[in-house]
Design a protein around this ligand. Sequence first.
Ligand code: ATP
Ligand code: MG
Length: 443
Amino acid sequence: MSDIKPTESTTKASAFKKLTAVKGMNDILPVESAKWEWLESKVRGLMAAYAYRNIRTPILEPTALFVRGLGEVTDIVEKEMYSFEDRLNGEALTLRPESTAGVVRAVVEHNMLYEGGKRLYYMGPMFRHERPQRGRYRQFHQIGAEVLGFQGPEIDAEVILLAHDLWKAIGLKDVRLELNSLGQPPERLAHRSALITHFEKHQEVLDEDAKRRLYSNPLRILDTKNPAMKAVVEAAPQLLDFLGPQSLAHFNALRQILDANGVKYTLNPRLVRGMDYYNLTVFEFITDQLGSQGTVCGGGRYDYLIEQVGGKPAPAVGWALGVERVLALLEEQGASLPDSVPDAYAIVPDVQSLPVVLSFLRQLRALGVKVQMHAGSGEGVGSMKSQFKKADGSGARFALIFGADELAQNTVSVKSLRDGDGAQRSESLQNLSAWALSLQSTT
Ligand code: ATP
Ligand code: MG
């Protein structure tokens, strides 16, 4: 900004090279973060409505948690984790690439299921060493819901309805729900043999990843993003055909609830998700408006993870959404999201009045008005003209003019900065609450 005077040290040619953020990790600056805060507050409101409670787990976890929890032959564990040894004690640590495993660890560690099932949600940064591109970052943010301790399909339905209602609450359009069932371990085992047989017959079209996974984790091959393998993947045997009556009943009950609630979905028999911990229900909310980074939210049931992390076996289901992708999609759809601008900007022509003006501003803030105080740059407070320019630049809807004349009469002038005609009125400083609310914007 033009009126910021450089201090002595910044006028010297700097001997230091400019430092930048780590590649793939972004600063969220105020204009942007206002949208994040708006989204987060919508999420908090909806989570409260569904009686989900917040949980905050560490960003750093033992590497073993993810290796054991997510599965050794997964993209995340094989190549995307930021892992390192603690320099002081050699402990193997990893920046969390997702939060389900950490939530499960915490639930087990604190014996939270002792008194019954739990409905939880979290928000926070995740870390994956991926190739940065639009919608794919190395530090990104997820909001997630996890329900632990309940087995019935009505809970699968509840978490899906929760996500569905979130899209409604934030005005997100055109996300389609894709649904599949991965069945139970014995069903997957039978399917696995059939898959291996199928892919063995088509070795020549398999890429390196697929060949490597053929015998260790053939289900993963279905999750390929390689177009050259599309045909062979489409022709592969489908898990749905291997489901027994119980798995089918669970799946059908879930579908009935979704149907009854008017939630549309498509069955995608090739939907497998990126971690090994899922069984029965898996789902994704997908858009075509974000190129190849089109999955905005994914989840499913993970009835065996709690036991794998060392807890007493208990069922669970959940999802995670990508905050960057949800906001990018809203942007793409032309949604107008709130910015964090003040309601009013206080203009103070005379520096002597500042002490008393500040006390009025604090009273207005206590009444819920967002007020920005004018601050000079160097000597004095600047001319009225420059103060009005600042007021305009602040985005505030009103300027409050605390001139000497006004203060002498115990009033303040309230000038509209948005109306073309700049309507101005006088308000009493004796009774701020009578007019304070008229300054607040409704969004
Ligand atoms: P993708 O197939 O796009 O790699 P994923 O299956 O790895 O996604 P999950 O691990 O299920 O994704 O994470 C849930 C959500 O988190 C994704 O649907 C997406 O919205 C978001 N997400 C995952 N990885 C990233 C990333 N690197 N950058 C930004 N968002 C991400
Ligand atoms: Mg991924």
